[in-house]
Design a protein around this ligand. Sequence first.
Ligand code: COA
Length: 485
Amino acid sequence: MAKKKPKKAKQGRAKAAAKKSARKVVKLSAGKTTKSAKKTNGKAKMNGLPRPSTKPYGQDGKALTGVRILDFTHVQSGPTCTQLLAWLGADVIKVERPGIGDITRGQLRDVPNADSLYFTMLNHNKRSITIDSKHPQGKRVLDQLIKTCDVLVENFAPGALDRMGLTWEHIHKTNPRMVVASVKGFGPGPYEDCKVYENVAQCAGGSASTTGFRDGPPLVTGSQIGDSGTGLHLALGIVSALYQRARTGRGQKVLAAMQDGVLNLCRVKLRDQQRLAHGPLTEYSQYGEGIPFDEAVPRAGNDSGGGQPGWILKCKGWETDPNAYIYFITQAPVWEKICDVIGEPTWKTDPEYATPKARLPKLKQIFARIEQWTMTTDKFEVMNTCNALDIPVGPILSMKEIAEEQSLRDTGTVVEVDHPVRGKYLSVGNPIKLSDSISEVTRSPLLGEHTDEILKDVLKFSAKDIAEIKSSGALSAPNKEGKAA
Ligand code: COA
């Protein structure tokens, strides 16, 4: 939205202030493009420091331009990682099995014959080439890709890459600069050979045992912390390895195990495991209910994981709307405001309620009283009232509400994408915003859509070579007789 221009008097004051600060800025930093600074420095960099971008927010090139990724990923964990890198500007070449492709293309299909949303929402901004990685001519193409790319990313079952002949030794010999990044279910140890999916990782990483209610079974969460969470970890490992390569000239192996990634996201529960040795976890409602703790961290329902107690409370309409709830945090610094808003002003000074310590054993009762108030009004009104008082609360938003939320569209966090087969659909855009870098979202590729352009423009195969490779059957699905199509 365009900002209003300041009035003349204001402009004068602003100019004077800018001039004053510009004098300071020229000495201290090159961060401002004031007139005087420009004059002093001419074309050269000011004080040896770079100037700020002259382009609008997020429009000055792509962060990972020049990085080329050989994307051997499938399903979710690996594709999330390479999609992030693609959004940040890397050229991601997705290698898929001829005729089949990434298995998610056909999983949970909602539109006949169109790539599923599962696939399209995890493979934006990529190019697709089909290669039978076990065919001699396919290996020839892959070796050329290894020579040309900076990073190979894969999340096959343990040993699958080696069985294709793509051992670390082979890759490193072919291209010593290549970073080889893998997602596996487990790191080295007793389970290293296991295949793993999202919920297995949530269970093995400590999330399921600590999610849910104490008197119910372990629960998996709706967030894909095992898959997408590990993809995020891997992406950080990759850019770190590229940064180190800039110093050493050498690639390295990057491993993100899903169990490790989940555990990293559950670290507060490992914190609590150790605190148990020194007494009960007083911020867990179990403590206030007088129920003794066992040896392991229990499930804590909707208790807050931090030092400020919180709980999910009903709001007006909860009887019919499953999401008419709000997360309410009784943050200590705003306790007095909470007392006023719920109509319990005496709790501000009553020693039974006035301090966080005194409140701990009574959290259930306190939240029940707050809920009497939240049930009188809808979740957005609770949000408005509390935010105005600096009381931290969060409405429980349904996916429908998120899909329709205009502010998420405005920031590009939710985007509408057009696809030649399925038409328009919604997706989550890049959640990481960089002030200089362009981060656009383009549709996922059709299976093998870019095979020809990659062979010709990226790998520089001659027309004769391309014809030879194609006729060998290495890039196409076998026909019904099992012969190359
Ligand atoms: N050309 C020829 N063969 C190909 C190929 C290609 N382009 N792409 C894949 N294949 C082959 C593999 O070589 C492998 O064959 P092999 O076992 O005979 O050597 C085969 O396809 C299957 O690969 P695999 O990874 O075992 O797939 P899967 O469907 O059996 O298992 C997972 C799926 C996800 C369980 C498994 O890949 C895994 O555990 N990955 C690591 C953890 C992970 O990322 N899990 C999260 C998934 S969201």
